[in-house]
Design a protein around this ligand. Structure first.
Ligand code: H2B
Length: 100
């Protein structure tokens, strides 16, 4: 999987405007989700987990009660790849209507 060029990255990021780009580790995107409670947060995480496993692309994430903090990057590309953007799009769709 190859890392996106700066131009590809800018175009891709415009499809997931709620994700924040960071230069950390060659390029990452991050979004924090807040749900009504832990049950909602974990239901969201379960759906994301099933998708991630199918796609063999996995989030780095932390959960504290109703909050899920997600970072996406591609280790073997040393930065951001199309797979990160594709996963972010799916995560946004799953979260749609679930967030507090
Ligand atoms: N997920 C993410 N987000 N980035 C990766 O580089 C990655 C992954 N690599 N899931 C995959 C798994 C790799 O470790 C396995 C061995 O295919």
């Amino acid at each position: 999987m190859k890392r996106l060029t700066d131009a590809e990255r800018d175009a891709a990021l415009s499809t997931v405007p709620q994700w924040e780009y960071g230069a950390l580790r060659g390029g990452v995107i991050r979004r924090v989700f807040v749900f009504a409670d832990f049950t909602q947060a974990f239901a969201f995480m379960t759906q994301v987990a099933f998708h991630a496993e199918k796609a063999d692309h996995h989030p780095e994430w932390a959960n504290v009660y109703n909050r899920v903090d997600i970072t996406l990057t591609t280790h073997d590309a040393d930065g951001l790849s199309q797979r990160d953007v594709a996963l972010a799009q799916v995560i946004d769709r799953i979260a749609e209507g679930m967030q507090r």
